[in-house]
Design a protein around this ligand. Sequence first.
Ligand code: RBF
Length: 161
Amino acid sequence: MSTSNFQLDTNEPLDASDMRIGIVVAEWNKQITDKLLEGALSELQKYGAKEQSINVMHVPGSFELIYGCAEMARSGLVDAIIAIGCIIKGETPHFDYICQGVTQELAKQNSAGRVPVIYGVLTVNTLEQAESRCGGKYGNKGCEYALSAIKMINFARELKN
Ligand code: RBF
Protein backbone atom coordinates (compact mmCIF):
# COMPACT_ATOMS: atom_id res chain seq x y z
CA MET A 1 0.00 0.00 0.00
CA SER A 2 1.61 3.20 -1.16
CA THR A 3 0.75 6.51 0.48
CA SER A 4 2.48 8.67 -2.13
CA ASN A 5 -0.91 9.87 -3.39
CA PHE A 6 -2.31 10.65 0.04
CA GLN A 7 -1.91 13.85 2.01
CA LEU A 8 -3.58 14.86 5.24
CA ASP A 9 -5.74 17.94 4.88
CA THR A 10 -4.04 20.94 6.48
CA ASN A 11 -6.43 23.62 5.23
CA GLU A 12 -8.21 23.99 8.55
CA PRO A 13 -6.37 26.23 11.03
CA LEU A 14 -4.55 24.01 13.51
CA ASP A 15 -3.20 25.24 16.82
CA ALA A 16 -1.27 22.89 19.08
CA SER A 17 -0.08 25.58 21.50
CA ASP A 18 -2.15 24.20 24.40
CA MET A 19 -1.81 20.52 23.56
CA ARG A 20 0.07 17.95 25.62
CA ILE A 21 1.51 15.25 23.41
CA GLY A 22 3.16 12.02 24.53
CA ILE A 23 5.50 10.24 22.14
CA VAL A 24 6.66 6.68 22.84
CA VAL A 25 9.56 5.63 20.60
CA ALA A 26 11.00 2.15 20.09
CA GLU A 27 14.79 1.89 20.02
CA TRP A 28 14.85 -1.08 17.60
CA ASN A 29 15.83 0.23 14.15
CA LYS A 30 16.83 3.46 15.84
CA GLN A 31 18.19 4.99 12.63
CA ILE A 32 14.60 4.96 11.37
CA THR A 33 12.67 5.73 14.57
CA ASP A 34 14.95 8.70 15.36
CA LYS A 35 14.06 10.25 12.00
CA LEU A 36 10.34 9.60 12.46
CA LEU A 37 10.61 11.28 15.86
CA GLU A 38 12.41 14.27 14.32
CA GLY A 39 9.64 14.57 11.73
CA ALA A 40 6.94 14.44 14.39
CA LEU A 41 8.68 17.00 16.61
CA SER A 42 9.25 19.49 13.81
CA GLU A 43 5.61 19.22 12.71
CA LEU A 44 4.36 19.72 16.28
CA GLN A 45 6.59 22.77 16.56
CA LYS A 46 5.23 24.08 13.26
CA TYR A 47 1.73 24.11 14.78
CA GLY A 48 2.89 25.82 17.97
CA ALA A 49 3.23 22.92 20.41
CA LYS A 50 5.40 23.92 23.36
CA GLU A 51 8.56 21.95 24.01
CA GLN A 52 7.66 21.48 27.67
CA SER A 53 4.28 20.02 26.65
CA ILE A 54 5.84 17.24 24.57
CA ASN A 55 6.82 14.18 26.56
CA VAL A 56 9.15 11.82 24.66
CA MET A 57 9.89 8.43 26.22
CA HIS A 58 11.80 5.48 24.78
CA VAL A 59 11.11 1.74 25.03
CA PRO A 60 13.36 -1.08 23.78
CA GLY A 61 11.28 -2.47 20.88
CA SER A 62 7.93 -2.05 19.20
CA PHE A 63 6.39 -4.74 21.38
CA GLU A 64 7.04 -2.52 24.41
CA LEU A 65 5.07 0.30 22.78
CA ILE A 66 1.98 -1.47 24.13
CA TYR A 67 2.97 -1.04 27.77
CA GLY A 68 4.58 2.35 27.17
CA CYS A 69 1.47 3.84 25.56
CA ALA A 70 -0.90 2.24 28.08
CA GLU A 71 1.05 3.69 31.00
CA MET A 72 1.39 7.08 29.37
CA ALA A 73 -2.39 7.15 28.83
CA ARG A 74 -2.96 6.11 32.45
CA SER A 75 -0.75 8.97 33.67
CA GLY A 76 -3.40 11.46 32.54
CA LEU A 77 -0.60 13.85 31.55
CA VAL A 78 -1.12 13.85 27.78
CA ASP A 79 -3.98 14.61 25.38
CA ALA A 80 -2.77 12.18 22.68
CA ILE A 81 -0.01 9.65 22.23
CA ILE A 82 2.10 8.90 19.18
CA ALA A 83 3.58 5.39 19.13
CA ILE A 84 6.67 5.26 16.92
CA GLY A 85 8.30 2.01 15.85
CA CYS A 86 9.77 0.25 12.86
CA ILE A 87 9.33 -3.48 12.37
CA ILE A 88 11.34 -5.00 9.54
CA LYS A 89 10.55 -8.47 8.20
CA GLY A 90 13.24 -10.98 9.06
CA GLU A 91 13.74 -14.68 8.47
CA THR A 92 11.46 -15.90 11.26
CA PRO A 93 7.71 -15.43 11.93
CA HIS A 94 8.59 -12.89 14.64
CA PHE A 95 7.61 -10.05 12.31
CA ASP A 96 4.02 -11.27 12.09
CA TYR A 97 3.65 -11.84 15.82
CA ILE A 98 5.07 -8.44 16.77
CA CYS A 99 3.08 -6.60 14.09
CA GLN A 100 -0.16 -8.30 15.10
CA GLY A 101 0.42 -7.88 18.81
CA VAL A 102 1.32 -4.20 18.61
CA THR A 103 -1.41 -3.33 16.13
CA GLN A 104 -4.18 -5.11 18.02
CA GLU A 105 -3.16 -3.78 21.41
CA LEU A 106 -2.78 -0.19 20.23
CA ALA A 107 -6.17 -0.53 18.52
CA LYS A 108 -7.66 -1.71 21.83
CA GLN A 109 -6.20 1.29 23.59
CA ASN A 110 -7.90 3.51 21.03
CA SER A 111 -11.26 1.88 21.52
CA ALA A 112 -10.83 2.15 25.30
CA GLY A 113 -11.07 5.86 24.55
CA ARG A 114 -8.80 7.27 27.25
CA VAL A 115 -6.65 9.26 24.82
CA PRO A 116 -6.17 8.82 21.07
CA VAL A 117 -3.15 6.69 20.19
CA ILE A 118 -1.60 7.39 16.80
CA TYR A 119 -0.23 4.32 15.04
CA GLY A 120 3.23 5.39 13.98
CA VAL A 121 4.64 1.93 13.41
CA LEU A 122 6.25 1.21 10.05
CA THR A 123 5.84 -2.45 9.11
CA VAL A 124 8.10 -3.04 6.15
CA ASN A 125 9.83 -5.78 4.21
CA THR A 126 13.19 -4.02 3.88
CA LEU A 127 15.29 -1.29 5.45
CA GLU A 128 15.07 0.62 2.15
CA GLN A 129 11.27 0.74 2.41
CA ALA A 130 11.61 2.18 5.90
CA GLU A 131 14.20 4.74 4.75
CA SER A 132 11.91 5.98 2.01
CA ARG A 133 9.24 6.71 4.65
CA CYS A 134 11.32 8.63 7.16
CA GLY A 135 12.65 11.40 4.95
CA GLY A 136 12.98 9.62 1.59
CA LYS A 137 10.74 9.47 -1.44
CA TYR A 138 7.52 9.04 0.56
CA GLY A 139 8.36 11.94 2.87
CA ASN A 140 8.62 11.65 6.63
CA LYS A 141 5.66 9.78 8.08
CA GLY A 142 6.51 11.30 11.46
CA CYS A 143 4.98 14.57 10.22
CA GLU A 144 1.72 12.77 9.44
CA TYR A 145 1.67 11.16 12.88
CA ALA A 146 2.00 14.59 14.51
CA LEU A 147 -0.75 16.05 12.37
CA SER A 148 -3.00 13.10 13.17
CA ALA A 149 -2.41 13.63 16.90
CA ILE A 150 -3.36 17.31 16.65
CA LYS A 151 -6.48 16.47 14.64
CA MET A 152 -7.57 13.79 17.11
CA ILE A 153 -7.14 16.11 20.09
CA ASN A 154 -9.34 18.63 18.28
CA PHE A 155 -11.83 15.83 17.62
CA ALA A 156 -12.01 14.96 21.32
CA ARG A 157 -12.33 18.62 22.29
CA GLU A 158 -15.12 19.25 19.78
CA LEU A 159 -17.10 16.37 21.24
CA LYS A 160 -16.76 17.79 24.76
CA ASN A 161 -17.84 21.31 23.76
N1 RBF B 1 11.39 -4.67 17.52
C1 RBF B 1 11.14 -3.70 16.61
O1 RBF B 1 10.71 -2.61 16.98
N2 RBF B 1 11.37 -3.92 15.27
C2 RBF B 1 11.81 -5.10 14.78
O2 RBF B 1 12.01 -5.22 13.56
C3 RBF B 1 12.06 -6.14 15.72
N3 RBF B 1 12.47 -7.36 15.29
C4 RBF B 1 12.69 -8.34 16.18
C5 RBF B 1 13.10 -9.60 15.74
C6 RBF B 1 13.34 -10.62 16.65
C7 RBF B 1 13.78 -11.97 16.13
C8 RBF B 1 13.17 -10.37 18.04
C9 RBF B 1 13.42 -11.45 19.06
C10 RBF B 1 12.75 -9.15 18.48
C11 RBF B 1 12.50 -8.11 17.58
N4 RBF B 1 12.09 -6.85 18.02
C12 RBF B 1 11.84 -5.88 17.10
C13 RBF B 1 12.04 -6.51 19.46
C14 RBF B 1 10.64 -6.67 20.08
O3 RBF B 1 9.80 -5.60 19.69
C15 RBF B 1 10.77 -6.65 21.61
O4 RBF B 1 11.49 -5.50 22.00
C16 RBF B 1 11.47 -7.87 22.16
O5 RBF B 1 10.87 -9.05 21.68
C17 RBF B 1 11.41 -7.89 23.71
O6 RBF B 1 10.08 -7.91 24.17
